[in-house]
Write a protein that binds this ligand. Structure first.
Ligand code: SAH
Ligand code: SF4
Length: 360
């Protein structure tokens, strides 16, 4: 395997250059890679030809290879991308009016065993490198001609994986994504979502301001016992401490925490649950995103009716900003919690899941 350049920062690139090259060469290489998204060494015209040839012999860019593209009727695309070791990971492109969102993965699979999530069924295969995280963005941005300067591009780290269990690589990728000489995205346009790995929340918070993305917390339950059943991660990281960590989180003046809440029919979607959520979050400067369950084979929960979702939202909205997230790419298994390398075809309807009776 040749050395991959994606994921390297200026100092690391500098170490690759032959002795005698001036320091600014590394900066030129960095900009060509991340800011201008050169497609080949030949395009890096700021570098002299002998240097380009030398680099081409020793290194590759390290872009992922596309294995399959799934296209949804709603414009969403799901990419199954192949990494250097043959493993595959998923990235989702969601075009909307006025904004484009890329949902990227941070691990292959996920070690957190949320009962409603298809990715959980893969278990953890491995962490992604910073280059593989950035590579997903560059691949999808290049395919769809997205540029940070157009101020339409948003990134959510909500694909496969628990970002805070791969924090060093997530932070390194965030530095490259937010660096004006790198990909150049504002940290306001990047969101990292966590199931609540409490000690890592403070570590994430310590990242320097201009490089620190926004944080979203997957709450998904209105009390400890319910959360423990739905998200076994809570056995170790308790709800009360999670709320304390959120209270201590150093929000910037422009920022609110986001809480995500997957609504499961008859399990966590009652009026009482909504009131408990309000009480839990009362002191936190936050907003709540509701997601009605996206179904999948082997997921033993049902999606609540639209009226129930609205009733829940109405209660929360009296106290906190509360939005219902529209699912994207349901027909191609691209929506939240559906990323498990599912094979779908355009003419093939979503496999109907088998629902268990709602748990009380
Ligand atoms: N591991 C991180 C980020 C990836 S999951 C986390 O859990 O936050 C991204 C979001 O999808 C989470 O908010 C999660 O609660 C939600 N989710 C998982 N499975 C889902 C499903 N079947 N339907 C709807 N949302 C789901
Ligand atoms: Fe992992 Fe997030 Fe899915 Fe939970 S919801 S299993 S943390 S990807």
């Amino acid at each position: 395997m040749t050395l991959a350049l994606l994921g390297l920062e200026t100092e690391e690139l500098r170490a690759l250059l032959p002795d005698g090259e001036p320091a600014f060469r590394a900066r030129q290489l960095y900009e060509a890679l991340y800011h201008r998204r050169a497609a080949s060494f030949d395009e890096m015209t700021a570098l002299a030809k002998p240097l380009r040839l030398d680099l081409a012999q020793r290194a590759s860019f390290g872009y992922p290879e596309v294995a399959t593209v799934y296209q949804s009727d709603d414009g969403t695309e799901r990419y199954l991308l192949q990494l250097a070791d043959g493993k595959t990971v998923e990235t989702v492109y969601m075009p909307e009016q006025g904004r484009d969102t890329l949902c990227i993965s941070t691990q292959v699979g996920c070690p957190v065993d949320c009962q409603f999530c298809l990715t959980a069924k893969m278990g953890l295969e491995r962490n992604l490198t910073a280059g593989e995280i950035v590579g997903q963005v560059l691949y999808a941005a290049r395919e769809n001609n997205l540029w940070a300067d157009a101020k339409r591009m948003n990134i959510v780290m909500m694909g496969q994986g628990e970002p805070l269990l791969n924090l060093p690589n997530v932070l390194k990728a965030s530095r490259i994504l937010t660096d004006p000489k790198g990909v150049g995205l504002s940290p306001r346009r990047i969101t990292v979502s966590t199931s609540g790995i409490i000690p890592r929340i403070a570590e994430f918070a310590a990242a320097p301001d201009p490089q620190r993305p926004k944080l979203a917390i997957s709450l998904n339950a209105s009390h400890e016992e319910q959360r423990r059943e739905l998200m076994p991660v809570t056995r170790k990281w308790h709800l009360k401490e999670l709320i304390d960590a959120c209270l201590a989180y150093p929000l910037r003046s422009w920022e609110k925490l986001t809480f995500e809440y997957v609504l499961l029919k008859g399990v966590n979607d009652t009026d009482l649950d909504a009131r408990r959520v309000v009480r839990l979050l009362a002191k936190i400067d936050c907003k709540v995103n509701l997601i009605a369950l996206n179904p999948g084979p082997g997921i033993l929960f049902a999606t609540p009716d639209a009226e129930r979702v609205t009733a829940f939202q109405e209660i929360v909205r009296k106290s906190l900003p509360c939005f219902v997230r529209r699912p994207r790419g349901l027909d191609i298994f691209a929506a939240c919690g559906q990323l498990k390398r599912m094979e779908t075809q355009r003419d093939q309807p979503l496999i109907p899941p088998t629902f268990a009776p709602p748990r009380s």
